[in-house]
Design a protein around this ligand. Structure first.
Ligand SMILES: Cc1cc2nc3c(=O)[nH]c(=O)nc-3n(C[C@H](O)[C@H](O)[C@H](O)COP(=O)(O)OP(=O)(O)OC[C@H]3O[C@@H](n4cnc5c(N)ncnc54)[C@H](O)[C@@H]3O)c2cc1C
Length: 394
């Protein structure tokens, strides 16, 4: 390690020790920047201090709220945050998806308007891509954006909009040229959700939660200046944003504040608790083997993530993000299946007979089924890998 990097580590360690409040360490909430969600005082202080330092978006240019860290410095920052158990100060689609997309495709005026807000967590962002008739076949979307003077007027609906009830803004893919071939008449537009023309209705899930919604647009307005990347160019811009999304799911997006974060995985401790003796020793050869496979695959996945970050030419890898997202999701799901199989009927208890940890593991197993759907399904990722990574014919 170079002397400069060692010095950077020393200073970073000292600053973090002094400035990361106790309530921003360990398990706990990471803010999306929503104006509708009250922040715990320590979480707010952590966000303010990190934003001031440019470390909510460490690799972005300083003029837009970042700190212009190199990849190596970024790695050191993540290591040091992990060392003291600090949570990221900010997360969500502002810093991870739309921010980096504006950085790449926005005009100077758009960057100056939106990026510092994203970096400070001023407003949470929703993602308006999917529609009832347009999921994997996203280019069939029908939300209409009609230009009238200096505004677009939006009519139609989006579905599966995560967190829409607490978001302040939504970026949408909308049809601006209905007569053009379907991939060519789409634009990416930023919409303020605090207006009468935007209505949100929550959807209840199998796990009992309602983290996503239908979002309806009825003569909703968006200024023309908030169109990103040029009119009818939304397919190109929107696909790039999907790479930022998939890189985030894959743990290899270094644009925002989330990349590199290792979330504790309960699989090994749960398997030892249910299938092991009092010392956690597992007699059943099949279970032992399955846990070993899971742990080896998890270690390999972490090394792959690390290598992908080190090899990045830009802030998000291209089509590699599909492969790393998919293997990450499949490995997490394999761990959840193992956990549920050793828990047996304990994993199915509900109501007063259930213990809180068992219910949380069961809900995690249910929720994580969605990892091979959100951000593009498993089959869609396999198609991308076949075509764009391996170069196989259509
Ligand atoms: C947790 C979660 C959060 C989400 N959040 C958002 C959000 O915030 N904003 C948003 O816009 N969307 C969101 N989505 C929606 C998500 O992007 C879509 O569910 C996804 O793209 C799949 O679309 P679909 O549900 O319409 O399924 P479909 O596209 O109808 O697919 C149904 C099945 O057919 C298969 N299939 C389809 N086409 C092909 C093909 N060409 N080759 C092989 N198989 C194919 C699929 O793999 C799948 O198994 C979220 C989804 C989840 C689960």
């Amino acid at each position: 390690m170079s002397v400069d990097l060692q010095e950077f580590r020393r200073q970073t360690r000292a600053w973090l020790e002094e400035n990361c409040p106790p309530g921003a360490r360990g398990d706990g909430p990471v803010p999306l920047g929503s104006s509708k969600v009250e922040m715990d005082p320590d979480v707010r202080l952590w966000l303010e201090r990190m934003a001031e330092k440019g470390w909510t978006v460490p690799t972005w240019p300083k003029q837009y709220g970042g700190a212009e860290l190199s990849r190596e410095e970024y790695r050191v920052l993540v290591d040091e945050l992990t060392r003291i158990g600090a949570r990221p100060p900010l997360t969500g689609r502002g810093v991870n998806y739309i921010g980096p997309t504006i950085l790449e495709f926005g005009t100077d005026a758009q960057k100056a308007k939106w990026l510092p807000r994203c970096a400070r967590g001023e407003g949470a962002w929703a993602m308006g891509y999917s529609e009832p008739g347009a999921g994997s076949d996203l280019a069939s979307l029908r939300l209409r954006a009609e230009r009238r003077g200096d505004h677009y007027v939006l009519n139609g609906s989006k579905i599966w909009t995560s967190d829409a009830t607490i978001c302040d803004y939504i970026f949408v893919l909308a049809r601006t040229a209905p007569d053009k071939p379907k991939h060519q008449g789409i634009s990416l537009i930023l919409v303020d959700m605090a207006q009468p023309g935007v209505r949100v209705s929550p959807i209840r899930l199998i796990s009992g939660a309602s983290p996503f919604c239908e979002t309806h647009f009825e003569d909703a307005l968006a200024p023309v200046e908030d169109l990103i990347g040029g009119e009818d160019n939304g397919w190109t811009v929107g696909k790039r944003l999907l790479q930022f999304e998939r890189s985030t799911h894959a743990g290899i997006n270094i644009s925002g504040s989330q990349g590199g974060r290792q979330v504790d995985n309960p699989v090994a401790s749960v398997v030892r608790r249910y299938a092991g003796d009092e010392n956690g020793r597992i007699d059943d050869v099949g279970v032992r083997r399955a846990l070993l496979d899971f742990e080896v695959n998890t270690a390999a996945q972490r090394l792959t993530q690390r290598r992908a970050v080190e090899e990045l030419q830009a802030h998000a890898p291209g089509f590699t993000s599909s492969a790393v997202k998919l293997t990450n999701a499949l490995n997490i799901q394999a761990g959840d299946e193992l956990m549920m199989s050793v828990m047996g009927t304990n994993g199915l208890r509900d109501g007063s007979s259930a213990d809180a940890a068992e219910m949380s593991q069961r809900n995690r197993w249910l929720y994580q089924k969605s990892l091979t759907i959100a951000g593009g399904t498993k089959e869609v990722q396999l198609n991308i890998i076949a075509k764009r990574v391996l170069g196989l014919p259509d």
